[in-house]
Design a protein around this ligand. Structure first.
Ligand SMILES: NC(=O)c1ccc[n+]([C@@H]2O[C@H](COP(=O)([O-])OP(=O)(O)OC[C@H]3O[C@@H](n4cnc5c(N)ncnc54)[C@H](OP(=O)(O)O)[C@@H]3O)[C@@H](O)[C@H]2O)c1
Length: 429
């Protein structure tokens, strides 16, 4: 057992950072035994130095994060500041000065993961970020290491707790979107500005990271198709229930059937109640992985929160410290397949379309013709009507998204179609 401690610089001491520091202190003896050397908190960079921080030695606190990462005696930098800058520059500076990095920063990894991995490799350091996707749930390491001998074909997940809480509340209590969002905000599940969550930006960043790792290719944030969940209504849930489904905001990363490309997307979708993801309640996260040899795997747990996220950070910290002692590095970026990322138009799935139509003879035939003309095969049709107006619900077989878009455009041009009330993809069947 080495007695000289490994030195850790903590950048950020907020929701996650304060829990990382607490666990490092309370579990110090266990961490020492598991790593094979003691770990010492050597500095804590924050924005507001005068803030009282329980359990943190005030002499360690600094506002000069750059000087901290440049010290030269730091073994591991834990970046839990968030955002792009100064986190990006601090991480690259850390590599240049001999430290490995553990980060929880999904936005940064999704945007600049390739460059950061290259910088880590150039300097012979580690870059680990288990906490960046789905909080406490082990996902990056299982994909990077446990499943590295298999072929992952699909990753389908609920990776944003805020939106899952809102959709779950809408489903179970009948609340509207705004009411459910207000409840999520009051309970601390939604931020004052919920845009990143409800518009799917947070989930899209996670989808980019997961797709890159799962398919050993590079998937940039811009490659991820994204739709938020603010338009989901009570009527959509009623339709979903009639089909034996519920609605979730899903991140879906898929290998194309011919294996020649991949796609990554985030949007609300109906999934059958029999699917394991349908029973993921409240703010929990879950990710369903389909691999050729392993079959179907499900990873489930708390996707955010200080303590759960710190658990993932600490797991990475131990791994990186062990690598450091072994004078080795863990797996870096694996992007050798160089698979192109397909557009949303290439995605093949099923659709549930609600139309407001004129209640007169021949409308159904007209609508069916438009679907046929665009090569979209209809599975079921349900029509309800009164007082000259009718509602038509069409569920399709699997079809390319581009074909469905063309169908909807043509439907909007029919005199007998008063409006397209909703279009929802149906997944997980
Ligand atoms: N919260 C979660 O549940 C969760 C889950 C998964 C991943 N993450 C990720 O974890 C990271 C941290 O999230 P968080 O919720 O802990 O954020 P947070 O509570 O806002 O904490 C951010 C910390 O960074 C410090 N900071 C901000 N700008 C700084 C700068 N320029 N120099 C030095 N320190 C600076 C802040 O200092 P002050 O304390 O002085 O303000 C604060 O301590 C983010 O990347 C986030 O996406 C969070």
């Amino acid at each position: 057992m080495r007695t000289r401690p490994l030195k850790v610089a903590l950048l950020g001491c907020g929701v996650v950072g304060s829990e990382v520091a607490r666990i490092m202190t309370t579990h110090a003896a266990d961490l020492t035994a598991r790593i094979g050397a003691p770990v010492e908190l050597a500095g804590v960079a924050v924005r507001r130095p005068s803030k009282v921080r329980d359990g943190i030695d005030p002499s360690l606190v600094t506002t000069d994060a750059t000087a901290l990462v440049k010290r030269g005696d730091i073994d591991v930098v834990v970046e839990v500041i968030g955002g792009i800058e100064p986190a990006r520059t601090l991480i690259t500076t850390a590599f240049e000065h001999g430290a490995s990095v553990v980060s929880a920063n999904k936005a940064l990894i999704a945007q600049d993961g390739a460059a950061l991995h290259a910088a880590a490799e150039e300097h012979g350091r580690d870059l680990y970020y288990e906490a960046a996707v789905a909080g406490a749930i082990p996902l990056i390491r299982p994909l990077r290491e446990s499943l590295v001998g298999d072929k992952v074909n699909r990753v389908l997940g609920i990776v944003n707790g805020t939106t899952n809480f809102i959709l779950d509340a809408m489903d179970t209590t009948g609340a509207g979107y705004q009411e459910a969002l207000d409840e999520a905000t009051a309970l601390g599940y939604a931020e004052a500005d919920p845009t990143a969550d409800v518009e799917g930006f947070d989930a899209a960043a996670k989808a980019a990271i997961l797709a890159g790792i799962a398919f050993h290719t590079r998937v940039r944030l811009d490659d991820v198709y994204r739709e938020g969940m603010t338009e989901v209504t009570g009527a959509d849930f009623a339709s979903a229930k009639r089909m034996g489904c519920t609605i979730k905001l899903l991140a879906i990363c898929e290998r194309a059937a011919d294996g020649g490309s991949v796609t990554a997307r985030v949007h609300p979708a109906m999934i059958p109640l029999s699917h394991p993801l349908a029973s993921v309640r409240e703010a929990y996260n879950a990710v369903f992985v389909e691999a050729e040899a392993a079959g179907q795997l499900m990873f489930y747990g708390p996707g955010a929160g200080g303590s759960p996220t710190a658990s993932a950070v600490l797991g990475d910290l131990v791994a990186v410290c062990r690598n450091k002692l072994a004078e080795a590095t863990g797996p870096g970026e694996s992007a050798y397949t160089q698979l192109p990322v397909g557009s949303m138009g290439e995605v093949v799935t099923r659709y549930h379309i609600s139309l407001d139509v004129a209640d007169k003879p021949g409308v159904l035939a007209q609508v069916a013709t438009v679907f046929a003309e665009h090569g979209v095969s209809i599975d079921t049709v349900r029509q309800t009507g009164k007082d000259g107006e009718a509602s038509l619900v069409v569920v399709t077989h699997r079809a390319p998204d581009a074909a469905l878009s063309g169908t909807v455009e043509a439907l909007r041009n029919l005199d007998t179609v008063r409006g397209v009330a909703s279009i929802m993809r149906v997944e997980g069947e």
